[in-house]
Design a protein around this ligand. Structure first.
Ligand code: ADP
Ligand code: MG
Length: 213
């Protein structure tokens, strides 16, 4: 299989503090990579680097191309921390607003993706009145609505109840079948084990391959 994503010696230093330390990872197309680690170990920062949200030292290549060359594409779906949804609109309306900028690949995609995360497409509740779990569900929906080849999910299990977790696992199965490559972080080690092909651990900015432990 092709090396789909290559992270080569990526480091990030903020105010003399080493946040990411010489990270190397090779990911094949269609792989699901789990990343665990305690708070502050650098998981979010690593996903930010792959998403192209921050500057870093080193190289990140997507199918052999510099990550920077791929700005403004819908090939990467991202759920990283604070999502900017509009309080006065429903979840569906928020996704429809995104669709005005960039249409989904197929008609009816928004309803399908809402069902897949357990949100009612006909629901009248505004985003501002959403529970934490509903906010997390719409954020996950937003990350996958374009069926991107690469999906970055930072702590998607946060705020989800048991049913939300079941739906998320099912969604992972479907994404895997459709050939998506996924990097996912979580505190929930059992969840990571269930959904990932390979697991890594972040420790003080270093990435440790679990298979080599
Ligand atoms: N904008 C920032 N400025 C300075 N330090 C930061 C910033 N963002 C994160 N950090 C630090 O980087 C480290 C890694 O953070 P983060 O990637 O959020 O960890 P995790 O997601 O594993 O909890 C932490 O020590 C955090 O305090
Ligand atoms: Mg984090």
């Amino acid at each position: 299989m092709d090396k789909y994503l290559e992270i080569k010696n990526v480091s990030k230093t903020i105010k003399h503090q080493r946040i990411l330390s010489d990270i190397c990872m090779q990911v094949e197309s269609g792989e699901i990579i789990g990343i665990k680690g305690i708070n502050g170990s650098g998981k979010t920062m690593l996903l930010r680097a792959v998403a192209g949200f921050i500057r870093y030292d080193g190289e990140i290549l997507l199918y052999g191309k510099q990550r920077e060359a791929l700005e403004n594409t819908n090939e990467i779906g991202v759920l990283i921390e604070h999502q900017n949804f509009l309080n006065q609109f429903t979840g569906k309306e928020n996704l429809e607003l995104l669709e005005l900028l960039l249409p989904c690949k197929e008609e009816g995609e928004i309803d399908r993706v809402l069902y897949s995360v357990g949100l009612d497409p006909n629901g009248k509740r505004k985003y501002g009145k959403y529970s934490l779990g509903m906010k997390q569900r719409i954020a996950i929906a937003q990350a996958v609505m374009y069926r991107p080849k690469l999906i970055l999910l930072d702590e998607p299990t946060n705020g989800l109840d048991e049913h939300g977790m079941e739906l998320l696992e099912q969604l992972f199965k479907e994404l895997k079948e459709s050939g998506s490559t996924i990097l996912v972080t979580s505190h929930d080690i059992d969840f990571l084990k269930r959904v990932s092909d390979r697991c890594f651990m972040m420790k003080r900015g270093e990435l440790i391959d679990e298979a080599q432990d």
